[in-house]
Design a protein around this ligand. Structure first.
Ligand code: ZN
Ligand code: ZN
Ligand code: ZN
Length: 323
């Protein structure tokens, strides 16, 4: 009898132990994902410079800080593209949703798909003031919502776009910049998108000098943001900064050249992207063909949320452990 009890007891113990170790293993694989230092992501979009006046110009005279200080602190993608509609609303939508969609450019049309802001807020359950869209162009407040039923009016980030954040008209970048600093200081958002319009607006006015001046002004602001992230106690060492454009402009000799954009010419499609952060390589240049929709997947990887509706891919070459 005793032996039989011993056998039964052993069987129970073995079963219990196997079950326990199975549980522990499966728990481990869930609670032990890849470890990134990044806790915050800020995306700065300088609206509409042509590559030939930024990194495609060997003198880099219009972007001294981006060239000398900012890009060397991270990874610069030389062959970055908007492969969809090369307008402001569609370009920004490609960035936030990971989908190319041909949207009306007047701010009355919402993206079909949810943005990385919505996925992030849903996953983290943080208050909406931890995610912000701040834009000189009022119409970009459409980025805070999605048309699809499942996501409409849910997990929307805060948005402060246009004159006094009203979502209409255009605010000048200097005023927008005051709001950027105010919101960074007051809310310490974990996820933020900033749009600066001056380059695009001066070019549309056919003002070449103004366009070049605007490139330099936005370069200054990019440097100010870069320095703020590197010195602010809340952001230092745990923030990824992505700087890119929504589209370029027509090549010289094509239609009205730098004045406009919106088609599939190389000038409109070709932009740059810079990624700087604790999980990214430093002083690294890449010719890999990444594109606007890839930014969303890269952010979802860094901040540990899934983004199944994004058609982009993770920009693996950014990461320290990649080749
Ligand atoms: Zn634009
Ligand atoms: Zn434009
Ligand atoms: Zn074009």
């Amino acid at each position: 009898m005793k032996l039989r009890y011993k056998i039964i007891l052993s069987l129970i113990l073995i079963t219990a132990f196997s079950f326990y170790s199975f549980q522990t293993k499966s728990n481990l694989s869930i609670s032990n994902p890849k470890f990134y230092q990044t806790e915050n992501v800020i995306v700065l979009i300088i609206d509409g410079p042509r590559f030939s006046e930024t990194f495609g110009d060997s003198t880099h005279e219009n972007i001294p800080h981006l060239f000398k200080e900012i890009a060397p602190a991270g990874v610069l993608f030389h062959n970055f593209k908007n492969n969809g509609t090369t307008t402001t609303v569609s370009g920004h939508t490609a960035i936030t949703t990971g989908n190319y969609q041909n949207l009306k450019n007047n701010g009355l049309d919402f993206p079909r798909n949810p943005s990385f802001f919505q996925y992030f807020l849903k996953k983290t359950n943080l208050t909406k003031d931890q995610a912000w869209i701040i834009s000189s162009k009022g119409k970009l407040n459409i980025l805070s919502n999605a048309k699809t039923k499942k996501w409409k009016d849910t997990y929307s980030p805060m948005s402060y776009c246009g004159i006094k954040g009203s979502g209409v008209s255009y605010e000048n970048d200097n005023t927008t910049w005051i709001d950027v600093k105010r919101i960074l200081a007051n809310y310490h958002p974990k996820l933020m998108l900033i749009n600066l319009l001056e380059v695009d607006v001066r070019a549309h006015e056919n003002d070449w000098k103004g366009y070049i001046k605007a490139l330099k002004n936005t370069d200054e602001k990019a440097f100010e943001l870069f320095n703020l992230i590197n010195t602010d106690n809340h952001y230092k060492g745990k923030t990824t900064l992505i700087i890119t454009n929504d589209h370029g402009r027509h090549l010289n000799g094509h239609k009205n050249g730098f004045v406009n954009h919106g088609d599939k010419c190389e000038g409109c499609k070709h932009i740059y992207c810079i990624g700087i952060g604790p999980d990214f390589k430093k002083n690294y240049k890449s010719n890999t063909n990444y594109e606007l929709i890839d930014i969303s997947k890269t952010i979802s990887e860094l901040l540990y949320f899934d983004m199944p509706t994004s058609k982009g891919k993770i920009m693996t070459e950014l990461f320290l452990d990649s080749k």
